[in-house]
Design a protein around this ligand. Structure first.
Ligand SMILES: [Zn+2]
Length: 436
């Protein structure tokens, strides 16, 4: 069974809450950004203790964020002096060893320069070097895949073909395809669906199905010239056809999406968040093992509220990843509005709704007082329900107070499925539902 496609970024997000660090970044990426992978950017050097690695590993398991490492930039498998070569080796080995301790299984690195030597000669040297380094790691029990990255300049070793061939000849090596680098290296190729599909086909043909199911990409925009890469750019500022790439990714890498695997790790029991109202929750101190501190926050503490909400959401995601992944949360929660304006452009009526799980939730329906009784509300509901049906929704629901419009909704086929009396005092609050 294959892992679902995972998305992440290289390096901790700059907005990671203080005091920052990889552990915080992992939590923040999962709970606030909805990512499920992080490439740890040890790009200057690898300076991290074994204890920190253990904490990163625990955080990644708790939050179901898989990890890779981007090794230091100063690696060159074709170094030209013994001293430089030894330093380069040490950097790659350190990234692999510490990355393994941190729970990463893929170590991405820039393989090196041709130094204007013949391509075949450089390939042979890089291959020899990788056989040596993977041998050392294997002996130490460091079970990682070394992933040389496709490079953005034609003067650098690392075309797609070179890395695929290298992976065939060296066990424990697989490519990291940096799409922007390939695009820049070739002065504008790797920009169509067919070219992207070709990468997947080549991997399957040369390296087989297991490699196809474990592909690793970098995707960004890029500025380039005759000598290749100049600088990376945000996707929307660049000419890279990322939609075509994502389509190829879905077609070739995500064909087995139905097999979203069961091995998706659930947070370990020690840290497992407990949903409100579950019997036997973690607050019970009867065991007398630990002295718990109970606090009533009055006034309320926004940080505590956010934390509790985030923990419950993490629980939801761990138990039902398909239903509670990032796509189903704000702002991509299937929200839409229908807005009515007068001739001057002023908004005079509108309805807000969102669709998810095959239903529509109607948020707010409002018509300017001067225009009530003209059927505008009914038309808004007609249009919202039509949109919901077009999105494949089977039913709709909403809430309304007795002093609002339960009669209006009843006439439209909504029936009361929930009722809170004396809420607010003297009034009733209804939950209503209709099959579409
Ligand atoms: Zn890189």
């Amino acid at each position: 069974m294959t892992d679902p496609i995972r998305f992440g970024i290289v390096g901790s997000p700059s907005e990671t809450p203080k005091p920052g660090g990889t552990e915080r970044a992992i939590q923040y990426m999962r709970e606030e950004l909805g990512f499920d992978h992080l490439e740890i950017a040890w790009v200057q050097s690898v300076r991290v203790s074994d204890e920190t690695c253990a904490r990163i590993k625990a955080a990644s398991e708790t939050h179901d964020i898989t990890l890779s490492v981007h090794a230091p930039y100063f690696i060159n498998l074709n170094s030209q002096t013994a001293d430089l070569m030894a330093k380069s080796d040490a950097r790659l080995l350190a990234a692999a060893r510490k990355g393994y301790l941190a729970g990463a299984r893929d170590i991405v690195f820039h393989p090196g320069s041709y130094h204007e030597q013949p391509e075949g000669q450089v390939f042979a040297r890089v291959k020899e070097k990788l056989l040596e380094l993977t041998g050392i790691l294997r002996e130490e029990g460091v079970d990682v895949t070394l992933r040389p990255e496709t490079m953005g300049k034609p003067a650098m070793f690392g075309s797609a073909d070179e890395l695929i061939q290298l992976s065939k000849e060296v066990p424990g090596v697989l490519p990291c395809f940096d799409i922007a680098h390939l695009h820049a290296r070739t002065e504008g190729a790797y920009n169509t669906y067919e070219e992207y599909a070709g990468i997947f086909k080549a991997v399957e043909a040369v390296l087989g199905r297991p490699a196809l199911e474990r592909m690793h990409f970098h995707l960004s925009g890029i500025e380039y010239g005759p000598r290749g890469e100049k600088k990376h750019l945000p996707l929307h500022e660049a000419d890279i056809n990322y939609r075509a790439f994502l389509q190829a990714l879905v077609d070739f890498g995500g064909a087995r999406r139905g097999g979203r695997r069961s091995a998706r790790r659930v947070p370990r029991a020690r840290c497992a968040p407990v949903p409100a109202g579950v019997p036997g929750d973690a607050g019970g101190a009867q065991g007398g093992v630990m002295a718990h501190t109970w606090t009533l926050n009055n006034p309320s503490d926004e940080g505590a509220r956010k934390l509790i909400r985030a923990r419950l959401r993490a629980f939801n995601r761990a138990v039902m990843p398909d239903a509670f992944n990032g796509r189903l949360e704000p702002p991509d929660w299937g929200a839409f509005e229908i807005v009515v304006r007068d001739e001057a452009g002023a908004v005079i009526a509108g309805v807000t709704a969102k669709t998810y799980w095959g239903c529509m939730h109607v948020g707010y329906l409002w018509v300017d007082e001067s225009l009530r009784g003209q059927g505008i509300g009914a038309q808004l509901m007609d249009r919202a329900e039509a949109e919901a049906r077009a999105r494949g929704c089977r039913w709709a629901w909403l809430t309304t107070y007795d002093f609002q419009a339960p009669g209006f909704y009843r006439k439209r086929g909504y029936r009361v499925v929930g009722q809170q009396d004396d809420y607010p005092p003297g009034h009733t609050y209804y939950t209503m539902r209709k099959d579409l």
